[in-house]
Design a protein around this ligand. Structure first.
Ligand SMILES: [Zn+2]
Ligand SMILES: [Zn+2]
Length: 388
């Protein structure tokens, strides 16, 4: 097993970086200060191939090993914060009102910087490592844009790896699974069209509110009656807007929501099923609908060979029992999926301890997890790119 002592100085340093980033959160693609900080650190480690400005504020940096020719693998960290107020009461709380590192991307950035510093000074591997610092994970699909801007071909990346902290998993443990890890995401808007009128004379109107109520309930049968009970699909109506007055039946109702599925075919069939159910219900009562359905993040799928390498690297660090290799998939989505569509790879969870959940105002990345995350990246590189 790898001696974690080596990483303790690095942990202290990376903790300082993490807390600085935590105090200065930035959103989406507007990560100017964060990106400048990351690029300066990378340069200070003696890394001379650093490309900035990819997908606006994304960065890719290359470290070549001294073990000779070999493939290039990508390690990805997301850098963006969330538009929410912080209530962690930590001394390093956000200094910017309404912005907070509520998902631990400050920790992800600091850990990849820590690994970069170590790898740049030891270079005990063949081929090269591409450090991918990504903007806009939370809602801008920065991962997709980095792929569209050609990072896989341009840097010759053949495999990609990601890591996310996981509250509820003990510090010093990891969790992963082969195959689908996170759901494919779809988003829909429905306009229910009726005919407005006086609330006292419903028979002279077509009430879109009553129609919308039945559509909302009807959509739940996509999961309960139209999908194999052993398959995973979630349909949630999360927005509803209708009417302005007590005595007016409105012309239209707008509703919107999300579809999440652990199989691409389920997400696609959901579009037809939503359309059929909503239109059938609306027309049955004299109204109609308009549906706008968008496929967003694809399924996040871990490939077998790379997942086995990730498990091997984690087990060599913390032992067999501390790595759960059958972690159940989640119905959230992750834009690392675009990188995994472009190249085989694997996404692993790092134990954040018994902390508040991500996206909760009391959440904070656990700095005790830092050495495990840094050492995992290092182990992974020295495993996948082991010198012959
Ligand atoms: Zn998040
Ligand atoms: Zn996150």
């Amino acid at each position: 097993m790898r001696d974690l002592e080596v990483f303790h100085d690095l942990q202290r340093e990376a903790t300082d970086w993490r807390r600085y980033l935590h105090q200065n959160p930035e959103l989406g693609y507007r990560l100017e200060n964060t990106a400048r900080f990351v690029a300066e650190k990378l340069a200070s480690f003696g890394i001379n191939h650093i490309e900035t400005g990819i997908a606006e504020t994304g960065i890719v940096a290359l470290i070549h090993g001294q073990g000779g020719d070999g493939p290039t693998i990508g390690l990805r960290a997301d850098m963006d914060a969330l538009p929410m107020p912080e209530a962690s009461n930590k001394p390093w709380s956000s200094t910017i009102p309404g912005k907070m590192h509520g998902c631990g991307h400050d920790g992800h950035t600091a850990m990849l910087l820590g690994a970069a510093k170590y790898l740049a000074s030891t270079r005990n591997f063949k081929g090269a490592v591409a450090l991918i610092f990504q903007p806009a994970e939370e809602d801008g699909r920065g991962g997709e844009r980095m792929v569209q801007e050609g990072i896989m071909d341009r840097f010759g990346i053949s495999q990609v790896f990601g890591m996310h902290n996981e509250p509820g998993l003990d510090v010093g443990t990891f969790a992963i699974c082969n195959g689908p890890v996170m759901a494919a995401l779809g988003e829909f808007d429905i306009v229910v069209k009726g005919r407005g009128g006086h609330a006292a004379e419903p028979h002279r109107s077509v009430d879109p509110i009553v129609i919308a109520a039945q559509i909302i309930l009807g959509l739940q049968t996509l999961v309960s009656r139209q999908t194999d009970p052993l398959k995973s699909l979630v349909v949630s109506v999360t927005k509803l807007r209708a009417g302005e007055a007590y005595n007016v039946i409105p012309e239209t109702v707008e509703l919107a929501g999300t579809v999440r599925a652990l199989a691409p075919s389920l997400r696609e069939s959901a579009e037809k099923q939503i359309h059929a159910a909503a239109q059938g219900i609306a027309r049955g009562f004299g109204g109609d609908i308009e549906l706008n359905y968008r496929c967003l993040e694809p399924l996040t799928v871990n490939s077998t060979a790379e997942t086995n390498l990730a498990i091997k690297a984690a087990r060599a660090l913390v032992g067999s029992d501390a790595v759960n290799d059958k972690f159940p998939p989640a119905m959230g989505s992750e834009d690392f999926s675009y990188m995994l569509e472009a190249r085989p790879g694997s996404y692993i969870y790092l134990g954040n301890g018994q902390t508040a959940a991500v996206h909760n105002p009391e959440y904070d990345f656990n700095d005790e997890a830092m050495p495990y995350g840094i050492a995992y990246w290092v182990n992974l590189v020295e495993t996948v790119l082991a010198v012959d």
